[in-house]
Design a protein around this ligand. Structure first.
Ligand code: CP
Ligand code: NVA
Length: 308
C-alpha cells in the first residue's frame, strides 16, 4: 500500500519520481483554465476524502482542484462534524471510509491518528499535516527550489525560527534529497532531535547556529514559518514572539546570505512577524510559486499512491 505518510518513510527514488511527475504535469497544462481537465484522467471514477481536523486554505483547495483536474471526485470533511470527533475510533473510521473512497488525505493533530488511519485503512492515506510533519508542503518546496535554481542536492538550506512540523519535514528532505540544513532559532524551540539524528545518519550536515546572521552565510535557501503553529497554545504567543524576534527574516538577514538565495514560507505568513513584507514581496521570494506547486506536487503524490 502506497501511503504517503512522511518524507523519510518514502523511498528516495520514488520521491524523485514524484517531483519529476509534478514538474511534467505542471508544464503540460500551462495556460489552461484552472478547472480544465488534464490530458490524462488517471483519477476517473475515483473518490478522494479530504479530512480536516485543523483549518486550511492551501491544502484544502489544492487537493480539491488537483483531484478534479485528474478526473476524480473529492469530498471535504471537517473532523469535528464527523463521528470521528465524537468518539468513533480512528480504526473504525478508517475501515468504513475505505468502503466508500479510494484515497484518504487527513490533516490532524497527533501523528498517532495518521498512523492508526493508515494501519486500518485498506486504501492509501496521505499526511496533510500533523503536529509533527508536513510532507506534502516540502515536496512542493523541493519542486519550487529546483524550478528556480536547479538541483537541490548539495545546497545549503537555513531554517530560521521555530523548529516545528515544517522544519521536521525539511530535515527529512535533507536526508532524502541530499542537502545540508542549518537550524537557527532559540534553544527552547530546537527541532526534534530524532529527525536531526536521522538526517545526520543519512550523511547530511545538520548544524545548529544561534546567531541568525552567521547561520545564513552561504545559504542557497532561507525558510521560515509562523511563530505560533495551529497546535501551539495561544497562551504561549507572547513568550514565543519574544524568543523568536531575533530570527525574523528581514532585508538585513537576506543580505548576509548568497545574493541569489531564495526565500520560502509555506504560508500563511504573518507579515512583520517571522518575515517582513520587504522580503516576502522582494525579488528573492518564491512564495507564490511555492503555494501553486502544492497543487502539482499533490497531484503527483495522489497518482503515486494509487499507482495510476
Ligand atoms: N501551507 C499550508 O499547508 O497552508 P494551509 O494551512 O492553508 O493548508
Ligand atoms: N507550522 C504551521 C504550518 C501551517 C501550514 C502549523 O502547523 O500551523
Amino acid at each position: 500500500m502506497n501511503h504517503f505518510l512522511d518524507i523519510h518513510k518514502t523511498d528516495k527514488a520514488e520521491l524523485r519520481s514524484i517531483i519529476d511527475s509534478a514538474k511534467a504535469m505542471k508544464s503540460a497544462r500551462q495556460g489552461r483554465p484552472k478547472a480544465a481537465p488534464d490530458d490524462e484522467q488517471p483519477l476517473a471514477g475515483r473518490m478522494v476524502a479530504l479530512i480536516f481536523e485543523k483549518p486550511s486554505t492551501r491544502t484544502r483547495v489544492s487537493f480539491d482542484v488537483g483531484v478534479r483536474q485528474l478526473g476524480g471526485q473529492s469530498m471535504v470533511l471537517s473532523g469535528n462534524e464527523m463521528q470521528l470527533g465524537h468518539g468513533e475510533t480512528i480504526a473504525d473510521t478508517a475501515r468504513v471510509l475505505s468502503r466508500y473512497v479510494d484515497l484518504i488525505m487527513i490533516r490532524t493533530f497527533d501523528e498517532s491518528v495518521l498512523d492508526e488511519m493508515s494501519e486500518y485503512a485498506s486504501v492509501p492515506v496521505i499526511n496533510g499535516l500533523t503536529d509533527r510533519s508536513h510532507p506534502c508542503q516540502i515536496m512542493a518546496d523541493i519542486q519550487t527550489f529546483e524550478e528556480h535554481r536547479g538541483p537541490i542536492a548539495g545546497k545549503k538550506v537555513v531554517w530560521c525560527g521555530d523548529g516545528n512540523n515544517v522544519c521536521t519535514s525539511f530535515l527529512h528532505a535533507a536526508g532524502q534529497f541530499g542537502f545540508d540544513l542549518t537550524f537557527s532559532g532559540p534553544v527552547q524551540l530546537d527541532p526534534e532531535m530524532e529527525s536531526v539524528g536521522w538526517a545526520r545518519n543519512e550523511g547530511r550536515t545538520i548544524t545548529i547556529e544561534r546567531d541568525a546572521i552567521k547561520a545564513v552565510e552561504g545559504a542557497d535557501l532561507i525558510v521560515t514559518d509562523t511563530w505560533v503553529s495551529m497546535h501551539d497554545a495561544q497562551s504561549s504567543r507572547e513568550r514565543r514572539h519574544n524568543m523568536l524576534r531575533p530570527y525574523q527574516v528581514n532585508a538585513r538577514l537576506m543580505e548576509a546570505a548568497k545574493p541569489d538565495a531564495v526565500f520560502m514560507h509555506c504560508l500563511p505568513a504573518h507579515r512583520e512577524e517571522e518575515v517582513t513584507s520587504e522580503v516576502m514581496d522582494g525579488p528573492n521570494s518564491v512564495i507564490w510559486d511555492e503555494a501553486e506547486n502544492r497543487l502539482h506536487a499533490q497531484k503527483a503524490i495522489m497518482r503515486w499512491c494509487l499507482d495510476v
